[in-house]
Ligand binder design. Structure first.
Ligand code: HEM
Length: 137
C-alpha cells in the first residue's frame, strides 16, 4: 500500500504543478498583445495541460481510488476530501475551456481576473492535506 500511496502523492504534486502554472500562463497571455507571444503561450499551455496536468490528474485519482477501495479507507475526512476533489476536477476542466478560448483568440477575461483564479487551488490543496493527514473528523 505504501508504494501506491507514494505514487498517489507524487502524481498529486505533478498535477498541482500544472494547476498552479497554467493559470499563471493565462495571466501573462491576457497581458500579451503581440501575435508571436500569443502563439508561444498557446503551445506552452497546450503541452502543459495535455502533456502533464491531465495525465497526472488521471493517475493521482486512479491511485487514490485504489487506496480508498482497495484498502477499506473510510471516514468523514475522506468524504470531505472527495468533495474537494470534485471541485478540483471542475477547476481542471474549466482550465481546459479557458485554454480553448485563448486558442481561438476569444478570451475576454483580464489578467487581474486570472490572478484571483490562480489562487483558488491553493485553498483546495491546504484543505485536502489537512483532511488527509490530520483526519479532523
Ligand atoms: C479520487 C480522489 C482521491 C482519493 C480516493 C484519495 C484517497 C486517499 C487515501 C485513501 C489515502 C491514504 C490515507 C492514509 O494513509 O491515511 C490518500 C493519501 C493522500 N492523499 Fe489522496 N485521494 C484522492 C485525491 C487526492 C487529492 C486531490 C489530493 C491533494 C489535493 C490528495 C492528497 C493526498 C495526500 C497528501 C496523501 C498522503 C497522506 C498521508 O500519508 O498521511 N489525494 N489519499
Amino acid at each position: 500500500m505504501l508504494w501506491i500511496k507514494s505514487f498517489h502523492v507524487f502524481f498529486v504534486v505533478t498535477w498541482f504543478a500544472g494547476l498552479f502554472y497554467l493559470p499563471r500562463l493565462f495571466v501573462y497571455h491576457a497581458l500579451t498583445d503581440d501575435n508571436t507571444g500569443s502563439e508561444r503561450f498557446k503551445v506552452m499551455q497546450r503541452k502543459l495541460y495535455y502533456g502533464i496536468m491531465t495525465p497526472s490528474a488521471v493517475l493521482a485519482l486512479a491511485l487514490g481510488s485504489w487506496l480508498w477501495l482497495g484498502y477499506g479507507f473510510s471516514g468523514n475526512w475522506l468524504h470531505a476530501k472527495l468533495l474537494l476533489t470534485l471541485v478540483l476536477i471542475a477547476y481542471h476542466i474549466w482550465c481546459g475551456k479557458i485554454l480553448l478560448d485563448f486558442k481561438l483568440d476569444r478570451n475576454k477575461k483580464t489578467h487581474t481576473w486570472y490572478r484571483w483564479f490562480n489562487e483558488f487551488p491553493v485553498l483546495i490543496l491546504l484543505s485536502v492535506v489537512i483532511l488527509v493527514v490530520v483526519k479532523p473528523f
